[in-house]
Design a protein around this ligand. Structure first.
Ligand code: HEC
Length: 106
């Protein structure tokens, strides 16, 4: 009796592992998961910031300071105006997200 129960348990565990393995493979990739858009915007913003904001001056010009989100918005707008079509509004918004979260001031 004990033996049999053990075998049944092992078989059940095996099937469960197999089933969960299958369902994992079938599950769609959690690529565009809604829920953390602010985090990904800031992460994207970091890359954009390093690319876009380093061409005229060192990025230290920005990372050395902490500003409110409102002030970062103003600064990024001013920088957009310095080079036509270099930083789009969408890129600028992500850069502001990054700066406000990593170099922000309350
Ligand atoms: C086309 C060239 C150019 C690009 C691109 C650029 N900057 Fe600047 N930035 C300047 C110049 C020139 C100055 C200094 C003159 C001034 O303050 O107007 C400056 C000054 C600054 C300052 C100091 C401003 C102050 O008020 O003391 C900050 C902060 C700054 N930039 C951040 C950024 C950020 C963030 C980005 C990317 C979104 C960026 N810059 C992209 C040219 C640029």
């Amino acid at each position: 009796m004990r033996m049999r129960t053990g075998v049944v348990t092992v078989v059940i565990l095996f099937m469960m592992a197999f089933a969960s393995g299958c369902s994992k493979a079938d599950a769609p990739k959690p690529a565009a998961t809604p829920g953390a858009p602010a985090v990904s915007a800031a992460a994207e913003g970091k890359t954009l910031f390093e690319q876009k904001c380093s061409v005229c001056h060192d990025i230290g010009r920005a990372t050395a300071r902490q500003e409110t989100k409102e002030h970062w918005t103003e600064i990024v707008k001013a920088m957009q105006g310095k080079k036509a079509d270099w930083i789009s509004d969408a890129d600028g918004a992500k850069i502001v997200e990054f700066l406000a979260s990593e170099h922000g001031r309350k």
